[in-house]
Design a protein. Structure first.
Length: 302
């Protein structure tokens, strides 16, 4: 279902900072969403990361340690969830935890409101393979995910004021990092546009062989499937073919397929838009700001 908390944070971030366009909004929100500070989105990201995070590192690190009780297992699992595939069992393995202490750690992080579980819908599929189904985890606040994706792995260097490897990592992985927030917001946008329908189930879909960014089912048994691409080039017809192949393997016939793109679409894809195919680029996310109050500033994780 629509992630109301993320939508509220997205709106709050916009009305607090008024970025020039939606691409900038999404890019900066994916890092600073939840930080609860004014963000001058006219400045380069690297400059803002240094000003808002690195220059305030001691204060922010203390707040993170309070949030996690400075417990190593909590921080290792958050790092594993941030940089991995979000699947619970693989995150336990990456963090060096077993099902026992890993489960206890995950429960604590849920209770603190740091993460939330995205439950697998594989059992709802016609094709159920014989393997252990693993649920996934989403971060409640983009900034905490940024911290454990980029800051935590370089924390010793940062304490020594050595930022070279940190900024290299951010530059190399920034699109990959932003992709998840873009995917979450894309689901929010799709569900917003389906607000007159009764949504039964919505979220990403995964099993042992197939992953689909968004799969939404309505009470009329209409299936909407979507793929999200946060890349610096326009999406072409090949991405539509890949999504069609996934639907065939899953043995579903979608009512509509939706592609979400950072930078738009090829002319060929645009000509194919219609009842069966919808295309959304960054500018379309402005719809999420409609009917929103610009007086509510609620995005801080503190």
């Amino acid at each position: 279902m629509t992630n109301i908390k993320l939508l509220e944070q997205f709106r709050s971030f916009y009305f607090r900072n008024y970025p020039d366009d939606m691409e900038t909004q999404i890019k900066y929100f994916s890092i600073f969403g939840g930080l609860g500070q004014d963000v001058d989105t006219s400045k380069p990201l690297a400059q803002l990361i240094e000003e808002l995070i690195l220059q305030n590192f001691d204060t922010l690190n203390e707040k993170i340690e309070q949030l996690t009780l400075n417990e190593p297992n909590n921080k290792r699992l958050l790092n594993a969830l941030a940089v991995g595939d979000r699947r619970i069992f693989s995150a336990f393995k990456r963090a060096g935890l077993n099902n026992g202490n890993g489960g206890g750690t995950l429960n604590f992080l849920q209770e603190k409101g740091i993460v939330q579980i995205e439950y697998s819908r594989e059992a709802q599929s016609k094709k159920i393979s014989k393997h252990r189904i693993s649920h996934k985890v989403l971060f409640t606040y983009p900034f905490i995910r940024f911290w454990f994706y980029f800051i935590y792995p370089h924390i010793k260097e940062i304490k020594e004021k050595n930022y070279e490897n940190l900024f290299k990592s951010i530059e190399d992985k920034k699109n990959s990092y932003t992709s998840l927030v873009f995917e979450e917001l894309s689901e929010v946008l799709l569900n917003y546009n389906l607000r007159d329908a009764q949504i039964i189930s919505s979220g990403s879909y995964w099993d042992a062989n197939i992953e689909i960014d968004i799969l939404t089912l309505t009470d009329k048994m209409e299936i909407y499937v979507g793929e999200c691409k946060w890349t610096n080039h326009r999406i072409n017809k090949s991405e539509l073919h890949k999504l069609e192949e996934k639907c065939q393997k899953l043995e579903i016939v979608p009512f509509q397929m939706i592609l979400f793109s950072k930078r738009g679409f090829s002319k060929e894809l645009k000509n194919m838009q219609g009842k069966n195919l919808a295309l959304y680029s960054s500018d379309d996310f402005e719809a999420l700001l409609k009917n929103a109050s610009h007086t509510e500033l609620i995005e801080s994780f503190i």
